[in-house]
Design a protein around this ligand. Structure first.
Ligand SMILES: Nc1nc2c(c(=O)[nH]1)N[C@H]1C(S)=C(S)[C@@H](COP(=O)(O)O)O[C@H]1N2
Ligand SMILES: [Mo]
Length: 435
């Protein structure tokens, strides 16, 4: 592993000292690693050392004591005070603290399925770029109110949609720095729980995940969860950064390498995640025994605060479907104001306990419609007798009535692939010979 000065700004990457046994490393500089799928479904709240890592440049090394960020209000909105503030960690800690269990998914998750159709532009990922963490910090809306944005400002009433832009310390591969934006109205809605997070799973953020402060935007693609915050700006237009305007968009199928320039401005930046599910066990290279029982497991998630209503499994390539058992946690545990340590969910047993709290798919009538859903769900499906010709498919349905398409639809950037997930494991006879 080379971490010498030859690597230039990559000379001081933290991953070089860490165990990578849980990961499939897709690139070292910038460091991009997804989680091995069988490691991903052992915990409802993903332990930090099993959270995927996605970077567009070197990982900055920020001194906590020296860190501050700029919060700027630069909008024509007459009720918002134009101003610039320097915000320190102590300032953030003085605001009311919140926590939320939310899944972070890269829009490039499962890009491998689109590359299988035609070449795509981007790091090739399997289904291991989704992870579910307990994030803590203050709400971005409270930071903006402290800076002079009216607490009841709801920009759909105004002609120009306002945006909140986030920019990062450090270099990025495709632009001067990493930046991105989301609508102000989304941020100001307290139900949406957009955080300036300083903690992940009960500990300060690791450098890899944005130390000392990052955006947590539940229900929205990972690209907007900007790490290593340098400034936050309320403005009248979306971010001009490469990662907002020329990346992370679903371009139509005729857009390609040579003509994409004309398509970028015509299609919107991605925001909400789509409904997604994956089979984590069996892994494609796992050997199952014919005639024996097998417990398949995986995850399912969706965006915008919608709930995963059910997960379906097919053993005949989508002709018939059966229900998987879905595990999740109760709405109360999903977003807790004024975090207390006894609400921390990091152990396996919280995962199994949760199946008896009335929120499994067998009792949909108990859903709390006032609570938004930000966490993933895990599912399991008992195969009583593994067939010799074994193919397992899964698809999830969400509270918007959305499900996953039977076939993947290619797009140039290879984003948002949520086609039905299919695994064809190897099957051997009980004596060990391959079938
Ligand atoms: N500053 C900065 N923030 C960033 C990125 C980045 O490269 N630089 N990558 C984004 C993308 S595309 C994703 S999917 C998530 C990944 O977060 P993680 O590395 O903590 O898993 O961070 C987002 N925030
Ligand atoms: Mo991403």
């Amino acid at each position: 592993m080379s971490t010498t000065a030859d690597n230039g700004s990559y000379a001081d990457e933290p991953w070089a000292d860490r165990s990578l046994e849980n990961y499939v490393v897709r690139a070292k500089c910038p460091f991009n690693a997804e989680v091995k799928l069988d490691k991903l479904v052992e915990h409802f709240v993903t332990p930090t050392e099993r959270h995927f890592r996605r970077n567009h440049g070197p990982i900055p090394n920020i001194d906590e004591k020296a860190w501050s960020m700029i919060v700027e209000i630069n909008t024509q909105e007459p009720t918002a005070r134009q101003s610039t503030h320097t915000v320190t960690l102590a300032d953030l800690q003085r605001l009311r603290q919140f926590e939320v269990v939310a899944v972070l998914e890269c829009a490039g998750n499962r890009r491998d399925g689109l590359k299988a159709i035609k070449p795509v532009n981007g790091v090739i990922w399997g289904a291991g770029t989704a992870s579910n963490s307990q994030w803590a910090g203050c709400r971005l809306r409270d930071v903006l109110v402290a800076a002079g944005v009216p607490a009841n400002l709801c920009d759909p009433f105004y002609e120009t949609p306002r945006h909140v832009e986030f920019a990062a310390y450090g270099e990025a591969s495709d632009d001067a720095h990493y930046a991105s934006s989301i609508p102000l109205s989304w941020v100001m809605n307290p139900l949406n729980m957009v955080l300036v997070a300083t903690e992940m799973n009960g500990k300060p953020l690791l450098r890899d995940h944005g130390f000392p402060a990052r955006i947590v935007a539940p229900g929205i693609i990972g690209a907007r969860w900007v790490k290593w915050l340098k400034y936050i700006r309320v403005q009248d237009y979306e971010s001009d950064c490469f990662y907002q305007k020329r990346d992370y968009k679903i371009l139509p199928p005729m857009a390609n390498e040579s003509n994409c320039e004309s398509f970028w401005p015509r299609f919107p930046a991605l925001m909400e995640l789509n409904v997604q599910s994956a089979i984590c066990r069996p892994a494609p290279d796992e050997q199952l025994v014919v005639g024996m029982p097998y417990l398949a497991r995986g995850y399912a998630l969706t965006g915008g605060g919608r709930a995963v209503d059910r997960v379906e499994i097919s053993l005949d390539d989508g002709t018939t479907w059966d229900l998987a058992q879905v595990f999740c946690i109760s709405p109360k545990q999903r977003s807790i104001a004024n975090s207390s340590s006894d609400s921390t969910q990091t152990e396996d047993d919280n995962f199994s306990n949760s199946s008896s709290d009335g929120s499994s798919n067998s009792d949909g009538s108990q859903r709390d419609w006032s609570a938004k859903q930000w966490s993933w769900v895990l599912w399991s499906y008992q195969i009583d007798s593994v067939p010799a010709n074994c193919a397992i498919s899964c698809r999830a349905w969400d509270s918007g009535g959305n499900t996953q398409p039977a076939a993947a639809v290619w797009n140039y950037r290879g984003v948002m692939n949520n086609s039905v997930f299919r695994v064809r494991p190897q099957v051997k006879s009980a004596r060990g010979s391959k079938l």
